[in-house]
Design a protein around this ligand. Structure first.
Ligand SMILES: O=C(O)[C@H]1O[C@H](OP(=O)(O)OP(=O)(O)OC[C@H]2O[C@@H](n3ccc(=O)[nH]c3=O)[C@H](O)[C@@H]2O)[C@H](O)[C@@H](O)[C@H]1O
Length: 442
């Protein structure tokens, strides 16, 4: 019997050939996907480049704190000229001040006051959306009418800050950029860490490397007194029991300031602001949204303590705060370091800036009712456990001794000025609600 032909070799050969074809196909596929991948990357990079060139301001959103760091590298000579023009003093021995948070409430007022007396001011602000950014834009418009430029950028953007210090030899920094608000810290804790701690450290890093190093005046807060029960609050009282994360980050700022003063010879002054209010104020603050809600006929929550006592604040009018900030700047000594190295001891200070006269929140509401000629719908409730403290009361004798700080505006007078601004800005006829020029209803 003839034996069947031996096909095993042919089969093996065919299997081997098909294996080789598969390998070659896969290689071909891999090579073409690599080319495709690389081409995509190049196209994306070209897009980013074009986008960055065409959009010089930095894009920062409050909640993510993502900053387009690339963009700061592309500003040209004309931009630098604008910076210098804004920052150059117009009086003999005038200051050149970098104001962070310049589109904010206190920042805008201080920038105007500095410029008006002949100092140079360059503003920096990230225009985040913690509250209506159109109000920040309106403040920016006001400042630009006084030749004050505000750069859009974040204090966490090291290349941008370094660039600003390269272009301008700032004598002073007034650092007011921060995540404010006591109660919001429970909703967005990370934003407090990003601005009040990381951002502050970044500013100090860049400042200590600058030549010359600037003197720095910055915003701390009355909230650092936390659970302190001694009254009125003095700078020598304990501040190691913060009641909110906001307070804790401001207290951390005071300790961080100590470190940079100690290691690098930076001149640092912290100002503990006590519930600042007035025209162009912050819509997240009680006096502001009470006004809005009373006009709109909405119910307002008026807090009382767990013991059913009135909650009180040492409300401080903005013009008094501005005087305090300028006084602190005027008496700030030069930093002693250079090239990132300390050359000798430098000034380290902290001051209360309050009104020395606490007012219960119920009284604040009564004053607003009188000014608005409207009755508030009040809902008196126990203060939620959200970081609030029952009262604040400033002893300002240290600020008085060192730079003549003396608050002169009582709450009724200050609120009258605020309400006048409010109805003008939002286009409200008292008792009648109207659309404002920004399209929001007041
Ligand atoms: O000094 C500070 O360092 C801080 O001041 C400010 O905080 P506060 O003093 O808490 O101001 P603000 O919120 O206007 O509440 C005022 C009063 O109204 C009470 N309050 C508040 C809300 C409400 O619905 N009802 C109410 O009774 C409330 O219990 C309080 O008694 C700044 O916001 C903060 O950024 C920081 O700068």
């Amino acid at each position: 019997m003839a034996s069947p032909p031996d096909t095993s070799k042919t089969v093996k050969l065919e299997r081997y050939n098909s294996y080789i074809r598969r390998v070659n196909n896969t290689r071909l596929l891999n090579a073409s996907s690599k080319i495709l991948f690389r081409a995509t990357i190049i196209v994306v990079l070209i897009f980013i480049f074009i986008f960055t060139i065409n959009n010089p301001p930095l894009f920062t959103t409050h909640h993510t704190h993502t900053t387009n760091f690339l963009s700061s590298a592309f500003h040209g000579g004309a931009w630098e000229k604008q910076l210098r023009h804004s920052a150059v003093p117009r009086r003999p021995n005038g200051m050149s001040v970098l104001v962070t948070g310049a589109a904010g409430f206190v920042g805008a007022h201080c920038s105007l006051a500095l410029k008006k007396r002949g100092d140079g001011v360059l503003g920096l602000d990230n225009f985040n959306d913690y509250y209506d950014p159109s109000l920040k834009r309106a403040r920016q418009d006001l400042l630009s009418k006084h030749q004050i430029l505000i750069i859009k950028g974040d204090i966490n953007d090291t290349p941008l800050l370094t660039k600003l210090f390269d272009v301008v030899s700032f004598t002073h920094v007034l650092h007011l950029a921060a995540q404010a608000g006591v109660r919001y810290a429970m909703q967005n804790p990370q934003s407090y860490v990003a601005s009040n701690i990381a951002g502050f450290v970044n500013l100090l890093e860049v400042s200590k490397n600058a030549n010359p190093q600037p003197a720095i005046v910055w915003a701390s807060s009355s909230s650092v007194y936390g659970l302190n029960t001694e009254n009125p609050f003095s700078e020598v009282h304990r501040t190691d029991q913060p009641a909110s994360l906001y307070a804790a980050t401001k207290k951390a700022g005071e300790e961080i300031a100590h470190t940079y003063n100690h290691i690098y010879g930076l001149s640092l002054t912290g100002l503990r602001f006590f519930t600042v209010y007035g025209p162009w104020g912050r819509p997240d603050m009680a006096y502001f949204f009470f006004t809005k809600d009373i006009i709109q006929g909405k119910t307002i929550n008026v807090y009382q303590t767990q013991e059913e006592k009135q909650v009180a604040r040492d409300f401080t009018y903005i013009d008094d705060i501005v005087k305090g900030c300028l006084g602190a700047l005027d008496t700030a000594e030069k930093s002693t370091g250079s090239g990132g190295k300390k050359r000798g001891p430098a000034q380290l200070r902290v001051y209360n800036l309050g009104n020395t006269s606490p007012v219960p929140v119920g009284k604040l509401v009564a004053i607003l009712e009188g000014l608005l000629n409207l009755k508030a719908k009040k809902h008196v409730i126990k203060m939620p456990r959200n970081g609030d403290v029952p009262y604040t009361h400033a002893n300002v004798s240290l600020a008085y001794k060192d730079f003549g700080y003396k608050p002169t505006t009582d709450l009724a007078t200050g609120l009258r000025k605020f309400v006048k601004w409010y109805v003008g800005y939002y286009g409200v006829h008292l008792g009648v609600k109207r659309e404002n020029h920004h399209g929001d209803s007041a």
